[in-house]
Design a binder for this molecule. Structure first.
Ligand SMILES: Nc1nc2c(ncn2[C@@H]2O[C@H](COP(=O)(O)OP(=O)(O)O)[C@@H](O)[C@H]2O)c(=O)[nH]1
Ligand SMILES: [Mg+2]
Length: 422
């Protein structure tokens, strides 16, 4: 069982720590999460999904064990990691640093935080008019040359062993890439993606590079967060980057604006709905217990509205997390004890558990994730409408509310709460 981890990477001063603070300092009472190991540079972000409680008219009884649900908008916890210490040229110089590598190994997806304002240079030093387009390639290039370098310098040795033990390409590569957190499945997908079919002893440098390229795509799906969109020069840089990279992997964000709005919300100056452009003040809600704003604060809020909220629709930080979940293809699944009440064994509330699954997870695998006892005594599974589903069926958004039948009473209160393994 391995927790899902999204890691923030980028050059110094791009805004990684600010981004992490912005998304993890949730305004509502949450603070409860299923994760077992929280490192100091980890945070918990809560991203919204549509909760089935709404569809079944049970929002009032909805009681997430972790996170929260507000009228069908369910905030699901996910771990995010602040990976510091990557500077340009690191893979050639003293290396990427053990801490960086160790963090990267734990990451399932990357958020590449890019300072799009052009106010920091390649090393993160303050400047003006820097073109951030190079930063985007740089990070990938850095990780690529690190992995390629490690393979290339031992290549003849790797091939000699490969031939001697008559291993398959996937087996040999798996041994070489497992240090970067690669499973055999990831290695197989890498080979498919690369299109490389020749036997390993005929690979040249270019072939190895091609395979490493495919490996990065499979192993580290990446969302690019163009951060600091509140600053004046960001606009022209954004258009340029969008023209080159399209919209599919790029998300605009202002970590600073999000932190500011959440802080004011917490201090009861405003009501701010995360992920939207909605900010309400005492003026909008005279009967509320909101505090009145002085002129300075009022001006700052208006500035954030003009520069960020009205221009881009939101601060974007939530979209970044959602995009990362999307590139991983995670499927939320809801184990329930009853398909009529959607409750669990102890009868407290409905849709208590929501577990994020890797794409392709099968019903019996899900049973094991919920609790090994359920898999052990598994008899069958049903989804909404008492529709039977097979143990080898993949879990999708169409069958993700699942009731397991077992030959013995199992302890659903012992539900294994974590997200799942890879
Ligand atoms: N204007 C603006 N500044 C930001 C934003 N995000 C971060 N910063 C600033 O950029 C600087 C570096 O941020 P930090 O989070 O420490 O960067 P890190 O080195 O990548 O962790 C700090 O002064 C932040 O206040 C943003 O969205 N807008
Ligand atoms: Mg930092």
């Amino acid at each position: 069982m391995k927790d899902i981890v999204i890691a923030c990477v980028g050059k110094p001063s791009a805004g990684k720590s600010s981004f992490l603070n912005a998304v993890t300092d949730a305004t509502a009472k949450v603070g409860n999460y299923p994760f077992t190991t929280i490192k100091p540079n980890n945070g918990i972000a809560y991203f919204p999904i549509g909760c089935p409680c709404k569809r079944f008219n049970k929002s009032k009884q909805c009681a997430p064990r972790y996170g929260r649900c507000i009228e069908g908008k369910r905030y699901v916890p996910i771990q995010i990691l602040d990976v510091a210490g990557l500077v340009p040229g690191a893979s050639e110089g003293q290396g990427l640093g053990n801490q960086f590598l160790d963090d990267l190994r734990h990451a399932d997806a990357l958020i590449h935080v890019v300072d799009v304002s052009g106010t920091t240079d390649a090393n993160g030093k303050e400047t003006v008019g820097y073109d951030p387009i190079g930063d985007i390639e740089w990070l990938r290039g850095e990780i690529h040359s690190w992995i390629f370098g490690n393979l290339n310098k031992r290549w003849s040795q790797i091939v000699r062993r490969h031939v001697a033990v008559k291993a398959s390409t996937a087996e040999t590569l798996h041994i070489q890439l497992s240090g970067y957190g690669a499973t055999l499945v990831v290695v197989q997908r890498t080979l498919d993606r690369s299109g490389v079919k020749e036997s390993m002893d005929s690979w040249d440098r270019e072939t190895i590079k091609k395979v490493v390229d495919a490996f990065l795509d499979e192993r580290f799906p990446t969302v690019i967060a163009l951060n600091k969109i509140d600053l004046p020069d960001s606009d022209k840089n954004i258009s340029k980057i969008m023209r080159k990279y399209g919209q599919s992997k790029v998300v605009l964000s202002s970590a600073l604006a999000e932190t500011f709005l959440r802080k004011l919300h917490k201090q009861k100056f405003i009501i701010y709905e995360e992920g939207t452009d909605i900010v309400q003040t005492k003026e909008d809600l005279p009967d509320s217990d909101l505090k009145p704003l002085d002129e300075k604060l009022q001006n700052r809020i208006e500035k954030v509205q003009d520069l960020v909220l009205y221009r881009y629709g939101s601060t974007g930080v939530q979209d970044v997390i959602l995009k990362a979940v999307e590139v991983l293809g995670l499927v939320p699944a809801f184990p329930v004890k009853s398909l009529s009440t959607f409750g669990n064994a102890n009868g407290k509330g409905v849709f208590r558990d929501c577990i994020l699954l890797w794409p392709g997870t099968k019903v019996l695998e899900f049973a094991d994730i919920v609790h090994p006892e359920i898999a052990k005594h598994y008899l069958g599974a049903e989804t909404v409408g008492n529709r039977k589903i097979g143990e080898d069926d993949e879990i999708t958004l169409e069958n993700n509310i699942i009731c397991f039948k077992t030959s013995q009473a199992t302890h659903s209160s012992a539900t294994n709460p974590g997200p799942d393994k890879k």
